[in-house]
Each structure stands twice: as C-alpha cells, then as structure tokens.
Ligand binder design. Sequence first.
Ligand SMILES: [Zn+2]
Length: 117
Amino acid sequence: MVTGGQAIRGTRVGSGPMGEMERGEDAPGTDVTFHCSKGHTTTVRFSAETDAELPEQWDCIRCGLPAGTDPANPPDPPSITPYKTHLAYVQERRDDAAGAALLDEALGKLREQRGTA
Ligand SMILES: [Zn+2]
C-alpha cells in the first residue's frame, strides 16, 4: 500500500487559480470526501490508474482526526490516554511501598528458615 500524500495527485483541491485546469482530464480519478468528527471535510482524489482500494478513512487535513466517507457517521476520535493524576501517582507509590514491605517480609522469613536450617 502506498502511503504519503505526495504520491497522490490532485490533493490540492481548490488551491490556486490553476485548479480548474487540472491535468487530470486524461487521467480520470475518483474524488472522495472524508468527514471528520469535527465537521471538516477532506477531499482526496484517487487516481484511477491505481488498483488500490479506496480507504475507508483518511486523516483530516485540518485537525488530523480520522475522517470517514459517511458524513452522518464520522469515525470516533482516538481515545487519548489521560495524564496520570497526582492521586494515581500516590496510589502507585503506596502499592510500591506495600510491595517492598511484603518482599522484605518474605525475605525475612527466608532468612529465618535458612538460619534454622
Ligand atoms: Zn477535522
């Protein structure tokens, strides 16, 4: 699969006065419009020369969110892992401390057993 926008012609939709004089007249393509969850539209022209299947999703050129071909049902934005809260850090440290204590206890028992052996 070819990735990267440079490989795709005609992505500059409506850019510049030369837009209407597309050289693609003899190179038919398919314009596909993708809709992101923020309501942006991204139109991508896929060359008919390639046999590649049209993708179901495309990264929005405006916000980078995944965009789909169905305007009524855009793909959900990827869930972003929230930053750890201070409380989470504290709890984690507590767990670490408890784990260390348990380890010490276990080691202590081992030493006792070895001492008596
Ligand atoms: Zn967008």
